[in-house]
Design a protein around this ligand. Sequence first.
Ligand code: TEU
Length: 548
Amino acid sequence: MSPRPERPWWKDAVVYQIYPRSFLDSDGDGVGDLPGITAKLDYLKALGVDVVWLSPHFDSPNADNGYDIRDYRKVMEQFGTMADFDALLAGMTARGLRLIIDLVVNHSSDEHAWFVESRKGRDNPYRDYYIWRDPGPDGGLPNNYGAFFGGPAWTFDQGSGQYYLHYFAAKQPDLNWENPKVREEVHDLMRFWLDKGVSGFRMDVIPFISKQPGLPDLTLEQRRAPQFVYAAGPKLHDHLREMRREVLDHYDTLTVGEAFGVTPDGARDLMDSRRGELNLVINFDIVRMDIDGWRKTTWTLPRLKALYTQLDQAAGPFGWNTQFLSNHDNPRSVSHFGDDDPAWVERSAKVINTLILTQRGTPFLYQGEELGMTNYPFQTLDDFDDLEVSGRWRDVQHRVSEEEYLANARAMGRDNSRTPMQWTNGPNGDFTTGQPWLAVNPNAEAINAQDQTARPDSVLAHTRALIAWRRGSVDLREGDYRDIDPDHEQVFAYRRGALLVLLNFGRETVRYAVPAEHPISGLAFETAEVERQTVTLAGWTSAILAVG
Ligand code: TEU
């Protein structure tokens, strides 16, 4: 790691995301838990990651798998106890690993004590913790906002005769950040976890916390992608700077904002180191490049490359990007951007992981990506657990066939990445001894950690080796990024400082002629056939060359 004081530690870190529900179940109830993670810390250490981002581990009725929090200071019962959390953190600290946790404060659960109070009536002291509105002039909804999980973003409360706002499910009421008490509560709960020793937060849909003044109706155009309106509230930057001043500046932290609804230029402001807001943002441009609402469209390699260049330029000298191709809300990277045919999955997962680990920015690997885990072969809509799949289906079923909807959910549904980790080729991949909450992918027989740990040519071995190599490479960690061949339809070729990275995104072998201005001086990582300036890349392989 870089010893230079002006370079923050998180720029050189590799982050690994854990979705606790699906990582490892230690007590046989079919749900992953904190002791399960503690049991695998040596696995993570051997992989070589520096930071774990833990998806929500808080008390929750699980309408949205923990993204609906009932008590911000309590551990979800299915995941264990506070003592289990402390043991996990101690185990990580002992191994030099840092932990960042999920801060979900755009909304809480409707079962949170604040909301239970708030809905008691207009005079309740907690009323203003949430966003309540009278019915519209026609007696109906206060405005035409839609919720991401289907239906309107408003739910009527009989008792008090008002509607409350929820951008996500009705069980996820939005908090009112205009209320200073809400902001203080959030600052307090952040301190609670920082004082325990966590190293920061991944902030869930953080751009949504500031609402549009007066909550005007969306235009037809805006209704297609309301996130861009929701993320553009006028107080967002003030709230973030206040959070920084009040809380974060007093600790050594990493903050990563989930920048849903933010353009690359907007993201630059959020992470500009001079502005004192966030350190990093999670950008949606790449993972959603081929998504239109619930529909999957197509992507091309030149378009993907253009996005990488755009994002790199948008970050500018005062920003720093995150590099990721999957998480718990997106399909598996090898199925989305690679080739998950059993004959190609290993090779292409290595190419995908090489892309993530050699771009300029802080890489985020999602659990199972180090193994090349794939999408799940869903057969019917009932196979999905995710409320997004059922909620959107209710919205569109009057105009879309089930077959078409299912085909899209199979490709893009969030449960693809939420199926349990595949540890061995045993029953349920040895994720649990009980009945898993979501089915284990049948390909655990072929794709699992035990097999890959033993095999030097595995995706896991490749990913480990590259993480280790990256640590020693200033070019990969700090070097400038330049795409040298933006139009090539099968090869992704880019400079990182004095390195040239070549990725073959197809099954056919390519004899790639490297332009003379990048004189090859040798192979830096991995083997490939190099003859003067020509590199032969077999189907779905990569090469990292020293040039200049
Ligand atoms: O997700 C933000 C988000 O809006 C999307 O990624 C979401 O998955 C959906 O596709 C929107 O259409 C965050 C969390 O990561 C996600 O798991 C939660 O469900 C959501 O916020 C609500 O907390």
